[in-house]
Design a protein around this ligand. Structure first.
Ligand code: FAD
Length: 442
C-alpha cells in the first residue's frame, strides 16, 4: 500500500490559507508539497489582523506561534462606542480568555502572521515555493489532477498532482472552473460595503494624550454609527495603531475594478466619517494624503460543493466572509490544518479514496464556517442600525456589558466566543474522521 505521505500535494496561493496548508502537510510528514503563487513574493499587506485563540492554537501546533506572538498584542478588553459621541455602549472584559481556551486573543500585523507562517514553511525541505506562477486552468480533477501554470516570464506548462488544494482567495480561478464544469456557478452577493484599512504610526499619535492611551492599551475599540463603523487596535508591539472600517460601497458600486482595491481619496474618507466624534476625526486626519486604500467587501452564496475529484477549495475560495467577526484568515488556516489531518488518515493512496477523504474535510468544515460567515453578516447589520426601535433595543443589550452572556456585536459576545474559541478543529478531525469516512458511500 502506497504511503499517503508520498503524495504530490499542490497548493495554489500563498496567502494565509495556502501557507497554513503547506505547513500543516509538512508537519504531518508529507514529503512533496509545491506551492504556486501568482505574486512575485508574499507581498506586504499594510493592515492588522486579529488572531483569536482558535487559530493561535493551530499556529502553536504548527510551531510558528512563538515568532508571531512576540510582537502581537494580547487583547484584554473590548470597548464598543457610539461613533458620533465616543460614549461607551458596552465594555466587555476578556481577562480569562487564555485560561478558558488555552490561548489568548491577539492582534498583530498581517506581515507578521504571513512572515511567521512562511518562515515555518522555509524550515521544511518538503515545501517548494513557485512565486510568479499563475494558475491558468484546472485541466483534470481525477484520477490525477492536472493544472496549467503560466510563469510570469515563461511559457505555460502542465503539472500533475495527487491532490490539489486551492487557496486562491476570493477570486479563485479553481472555484470558477470547478463549478462551471459541474454545470453551476458561484453567485456573488453584493454586501454593499467597502473598507478603508489604515495604519497610524506611534510617532504621529504620541503628541495627543488620548490617542497615546489608545495605542498603549490592550483594547479593541469599535466606533459604530448608521451604516458604518471603525474597529481599531494596536499591533507590532504598540508601535502601530490599526484601523479597519466598513461603510456603504459607493466608489466600487460606481466603477468596479479588477482587483477590488483602489487608492481612495482622503477627503472622501473624511466625508464618510464626518458625523463621527473629534477623536476619530483626529485619527483619520493623520492618514497621509495618497495613502488611503479602499477595499470592496465581497461574499458568495454558499457553494454547492467545495470538492471535485482530488481537488479541494479552502479559505476565501469557498467561504469568503465579511470581516466583522475577525475569523476569515483563522478559518482559512484551520481548513489547511483539517485537510492535513484528513489526508494523513487516508487508508490508501487510491484517487477514489483521496476524493472521499477530501469530502470528509468538507463535511467537517462546512457547517462551522457557514455559521461564522452568517454571524459576521448579522453583526454587520446590527452594528450599522440607524435610529429607531431596533437600535434602542440593541443599545439596551449593549449596556448589559456581556453579563447576560451575549453582546449584539458577535465578535465580543461571550457565548459566540465560547463557541468559536473552544472549537479545536484538529481534534475534531481526529475524533470524527473514521465515522465520517465510513458514512460516505464508496
Ligand atoms: C478589511 C478586512 C479585515 C479583515 N480582518 C480579519 C481579521 O481580523 N482576522 C481574520 O482572521 N481575518 C480577517 N479578514 C479576512 C482575511 O483577510 C481573509 O479571509 C484571508 O486572508 C483569506 O485567506 P486565503 O488564503 O483564503 O486568501 P488570500 O489571503 O486572498 O490568498 C489568496 C492567494 O492566492 C493567490 N492567487 C490568487 N489567484 C491565483 C492564481 N490564479 N494562481 C496562483 N495564485 C493565485 C493570491 O495572490 C493570494 O496570495 C479581513 C478581511 C478584510 C477585507
Amino acid at each position: 500500500m502506497a504511503d499517503p505521505r508520498d503524495l504530490h500535494i499542490v497548493v495554489i496561493g500563498a496567502g494565509m490559507g495556502g501557507l497554513g496548508t503547506a505547513l500543516a502537510f509538512a508537519k504531518k510528514g508529507f514529503k512533496n508539497i509545491d506551492v504556486y503563487e501568482t505574486a512575485s513574493n508574499l507581498g506586504f499587506v499594510g493592515a492588522g489582523i486579529q488572531m483569536p485563540p482558535n487559530v493561535v492554537r493551530v499556529l502553536d501546533r504548527l510551531g510558528c506561534w512563538e515568532e508571531i506572538g512576540k510582537e502581537a498584542t494580547n487583547v484584554k478588553e473590548t470597548s464598543i462606542r457610539q461613533g458620533s459621541t465616543d460614549k461607551e455602549l458596552a465594555h466587555v472584559e476578556m481577562p480569562d480568555v487564555a485560561e478558558k481556551y488555552g490561548y489568548g486573543h491577539f492582534t498583530g500585523h498581517r506581515a507578521s502572521l504571513a512572515g511567521g507562517l512562511y518562515n515555518g514553511c522555509k524550515k521544511e525541505s518538503a515545501i517548494k515555493f513557485h512565486f510568479s506562477h499563475q494558475l491558468v486552468s484546472v485541466d483534470s480533477y481525477d484520477p490525477k489532477p492536472k493544472l496549467t501554470f503560466k510563469p510570469r516570464d515563461g511559457e505555460p506548462f502542465q503539472v500533475e498532482a495527487d491532490i490539489v488544494l486551492a487557496a486562491d482567495g476570493i477570486k479563485s480561478v479553481t472555484r470558477t472552473q470547478m463549478l462551471a464544469l459541474l454545470g453551476t456557478h458561484s453567485k456573488e452577493e453584493d454586501t454593499g460595503q467597502a473598507a478603508y484599512r489604515i495604519m497610524l504610526k506611534r510617532e504621529d499619535m504620541q503628541h495627543d494624550p488620548e490617542l497615546l492611551r489608545l495605542i498603549d492599551s490592550d483594547t479593541v475599540v469599535r466606533w459604530i454609527g448608521p451604516k458604518r463603523h471603525i474597529i481599531a487596535y494596536p499591533v507590532s508591539d504598540h508601535t502601530i495603531y490599526n484601523l479597519s472600517t466598513a461603510q456603504p460601497d459607493s466608489n466600487f458600486a460606481a466603477a468596479t475594478n479588477a482587483t477590488y482595491t483602489t487608492k481612495g481619496s482622503k477627503s472622501a474618507m473624511l466625508k464618510v466619517y464626518e458625523e463621527f466624534c473629534p477623536l476619530v476625526q483626529r485619527m483619520l486626519d493623520l492618514v497621509p494624503d495618497g495613502e488611503v486604500c479602499e477595499w470592496k467587501l465581497r461574499v458568495h452564496k454558499s457553494l454547492p460543493t467545495w470538492v471535485h475529484g482530488c481537488v479541494a477549495l479552502l479559505g476565501d475560495a469557498c467561504h469568503p466572509t465579511l470581516p466583522h467577526l475577525s475569523q476569515g484568515a483563522a478559518m482559512a488556516i484551520e481548513d489547511g490544518a483539517v485537510l492535513a489531518e484528513c489526508v494523513s488518515r487516508a487508508p490508501d493512496a487510491d484517487p477514489a479514496t483521496l476524493a472521499k477523504v477530501l469530502k470528509v474535510y468538507e463535511l467537517l468544515r462546512r457547517d462551522h464556517t457557514t455559521a461564522l460567515v452568517d454571524l459576521a453578516s448579522y453583526s454587520g447589520r446590527v452594528l450599522h442600525l440607524g435610529d429607531g426601535k431596533a437600535k434602542e433595543e440593541r443599545d439596551r443589550e449593549f449596556a448589559q456589558n456581556g453579563k447576560t452572556g451575549s453582546v449584539p456585536d458577535k465578535w465580543a459576545s461571550p457565548d459566540v466566543q465560547k463557541m468559536i474559541y473552544s472549537y479545536d478543529c484538529m481534534k475534531e478531525a481526529e475524533t470524527k474522521f473514521d465515522e465520517l469516512y465510513q458514512s460516505l458511500a464508496s
